[in-house]
Design a protein around this ligand. Structure first.
Ligand code: SF4
Ligand code: SF4
Length: 471
């Protein structure tokens, strides 16, 4: 291995049972067309989209149904043809069981596309045109985070990106959607990378894949054999797929605390996002479906499906042979970073890479939490070199300044600390709650400062008006 191909290690990390064999043995299947689709207006990080259709309107597959509102936002498109039957609050995939604004489409069964505008000759297009195509296609990161891709591509406009990293790590147990995508759609993946390369002109492209995906490694390696892109294979360890962790593994460089990869000239994109970019630019197709892993021991036929966004989760699980009598806990995402869905009535959204229908024996409820014994195992496991037990104490005491000083916001909520904790303390729950509290307080402070500023400006205007009157 040359120095250039060197792989670095990250601190901490764990090796939970992978359980990927449940779903990675069969090809990707097309999920059935549902009779009704529910499209939440907020399926990405940022401002929710604004409907541009009305109830009763007929829409065709691929038609824009909601516009992005603001810089960090993404539009939505009809996943099939049919009639808009409702716009308003609908069940949303969230642990709280909350409702959120959505557009409901009753399918007409025709699956009739709008006229598409493909750009197979995109090499003649400039960056602004390519970015507009990606933005208009409603693409947001498909690895789970959901940040609008066009925004991420321009996060630091003045900073030269020298390294483009393609994330095919998929380190979380059970999930195999990216693995199957790389095996079956390697040519489309490489085409998507070509488009990103034209956009940002990096000096090197590194494709990171864990060594537990030999078929994907072979497929991607074969598809980019005529390019300078480097497939970098590294040992399986959770959570190597975290953006900052993967950058460290492939380049040896650490993203500074509180910083973005773009600050050090690096940009990361998930493999599924690259395929979506290919579809948007080369074929003119917006993001209306995704590959999702359906897994867990409550399913008779686990595997991966390409499903339309908005498909009810319950219908997807029925397709995979759900045995409701066995289902104990349904998780959107994986067992480490996913969250429990309180109902099967929620729709599939852009960020949903996995539905895990687990039995009680498979994922038993954790035992009651015991006091911390200061064993330090959590710190050993933390990939971000944090002090999880300290963060826990500060979170209990709501010591916000200490939490910030101990880099709470560098925590990627991977759950490695809680996984090894002998006292079964649900550490990540404390960190999530503390982050939410701090963000809320900061928002309130910001608002109060704005109000104070506006008050002072008004007082100043009144004072000047008085002075002019007297003069
Ligand atoms: S692993 Fe659990 S018990 Fe051990 S120090 Fe960390 S929080 Fe405390
Ligand atoms: S959840 Fe946060 S504190 Fe715990 S191991 Fe992961 S990064 Fe570290």
């Amino acid at each position: 291995m040359s120095a250039q191909e060197r792989i670095w290690d990250i601190p901490g990390g764990i090796h939970p049972a992978e359980r990927k064999e449940l779903s990675n043995r069969t090809p990707i299947q097309q999920a059935p067309l549902p009779a009704r689709l529910t499209l939440p207006l907020g399926q990405h990080i940022g401002a929710v989209a604004e409907p541009c259709v009305v109830v009763g309107e007929r829409v065709r597959k691929g038609q824009k149904i909601a516009e992005a509102t603001g810089f960090v936002s993404a539009p939505l498109h009809a996943p099939t043809s049919g009639t808009v039957s409702f716009i308003g609050p609908q069940p949303y995939p969230h642990v709280s069981g909350m409702l959120a604004p959505a557009i409901v489409i009753d399918s007409d069964g025709l699956d009739e596309w709008i006229e598409l505008t493909p750009h197979p000759d995109y090499r003649h297009m400039d960056s602004a045109e390519l970015l507009a195509l990606i933005r208009d296609a409603g693409i947001s990161g498909l690895g789970g985070a959901g940040f609008p891709t066009a925004v991420k591509l321009t996060a630091r406009p003045t900073q030269k990106i020298h390294t483009l990293i393609i994330n095919g790590t998929e380190c979380e147990p059970y999930i195999t959607a990216d693995d199957l995508l790389m095996r079956e759609r390697a040519a489309e993946l490489v085409s998507g990378i070509d488009i990103l390369v034209q956009l940002i002109q990096p000096e090197q492209v590194l494709i990171g894949i864990e060594d537990n995906k030999p078929e994907a490694i072979a497929a991607v390696g074969g598809a980019c054999s005529e390019r300078s892109y480097q497939v970098r294979v590294f040992p399986t360890k959770y959570p190597s797929g975290g953006e900052k962790q993967l950058i460290q593994i492939l380049t040896g460089v650490e993203v500074p605390s509180g910083g973005l990869p773009a600050d050090i000239g690096i940009l990361c994109q998930n493999v599924g996002t690259c395929v979506a970019v290919h579809e948007a630019v080369v074929h003119g197709k917006p993001l209306i479906s995704r590959i999702t892993t359906l897994t867990g021991e409550a399913l008779a036929r686990p595997g991966n499906v390409e499903a339309l966004l908005g498909t009810p989760v319950g219908e997807l699980l029925e397709f995979a042979g759900l045995d409701r009598s066995k289902l104990n806990r349904l998780i959107m995402g994986g067992p480490m970073m996913g969250f429990t869905l309180p109902s099967l009535e929620v729709p599939l959204i852009k960020t949903a890479n996995c539905l895990l229908a687990s039995t009680a024996a498979e994922l038993p409820p954790p035992p009651p939490a015991l006091p911390c014994i200061r064993c330090g195992e959590c710190a050993e496991a933390c990939p971000a070199s944090l002090l999880p037990q300290q963060l826990h104490f500060f979170a209990l005491g709501q010591e916000h300044e200490q939490l910030k000083a101990h880099n709470l916001f560098d925590c990627i909520e991977c759950g490695a600390c809680a996984y090894v904790c002998p006292s079964s303390i649900p550490l990540v729950q404390y960190y999530r709650a503390a982050k939410a509290e701090i963000r809320e307080l900061e928002q309130k402070q910001l608002k109060a400062e704005h109000s104070k500023q506006r008050f002072e400006q008004r007082q100043e205007r009144l004072r000047r008006a008085e002075e002019q009157k007297e003069a």
